[in-house]
Design a binder for this molecule. Structure first.
Ligand code: SF4
Ligand code: SF4
Length: 224
């Protein structure tokens, strides 16, 4: 799959997610930004899409905003969603990862608004809470399952790429050379902050959600 096909598939995945969740009753609204923490992660494909948007829309100053706060602690995953699914299916232990919302807000956030809202990564799109969040979102267990499935598909289409914290992925994609290497799929060692994506070997869906999620899986399969 070339880059433009992958970006097209990513957009279709976002649309399917929006359609699947549009009827949910949620407390989310404009200027609600408790969920906009420093801990958001994304794939390199999503990072490419956002970096390209910043460059093409004269918003490159946002890279400086990210860099200025890059000394701060943030969630830097050691394991991807597809690896977690593989470990779960094998009955193996999932390593604990340190994550704390008190580490601060997303470096992109401006006056409680997202300056990249139209191209935000899936991990931002999938924050849908039934109640106003105080410390954390109250997510429906089925929505959590759906979110994981979408994360698996997005990692799968970017299986030659990497994942990491929003700060690390976007600072990596700020470099034109890195963007080019990414397009050509010749990135070998993108740095210790980013982790290698994996193809999806099995979808991790709890038995109680297997029937309910079928229409969504069918929609996703139409684009693969
Ligand atoms: S997930 Fe919570 S903080 Fe984020 S927009 Fe929804 S209600 Fe607001
Ligand atoms: S990218 Fe936008 S939506 Fe996502 S956490 Fe940052 S400000 Fe919030």
């Amino acid at each position: 799959m070339d880059l433009y096909t992958k970006l097209d598939v990513l957009n279709q995945i976002y649309k399917i997610y929006d359609a699947a969740t549009e009827s949910l009753e949620v407390a989310c609204q404009k200027y609600c930004s408790t969920c906009c923490t420093r801990n958001v992660t994304m794939t390199s494909l999503e990072g490419y899409k956002i970096a390209d948007h910043l460059i093409e829309n004269s918003k490159s100053e946002l890279f400086k905003k990210i860099k200025a706060k890059s000394y701060k602690k943030r969630f830097q995953p050691k394991i991807t969603t597809n690896k977690i699914a593989d470990l779960c299916i094998q009955g193996k232990e999932i390593p604990d990862e340190e994550i704390d919302s008190s580490w601060g807000s997303c470096p992109l956030l401006i006056n409680d608004e997202c300056p990249i809202y139209m191209v935000r990564p899936f991990n931002c799109r999938c924050m849908v809470s039934k109640t106003n969040c105080v410390d954390k979102a109250e997510m429906d267990p089925f929505v959590l399952t759906v979110n994981n499935v979408f994360l698996q598909y997005i990692e799968h289409i970017d299986q030659h790429g990497f994942s990491g914290n929003l700060t690390d992925v976007l600072l990596f994609m700020e470099s034109k050379d890195n963007m080019k290497s990414y397009i050509m799929e010749v990135l070998k060692n993108p740095g210790k902050e980013l982790i290698k994506n994996l193809p999806m070997s099995i979808l991790f869906i709890p038995p109680e959600h297997r029937q309910q999620i079928k229409p969504i899986i069918n929609s996703l399969q139409t684009i693969f």
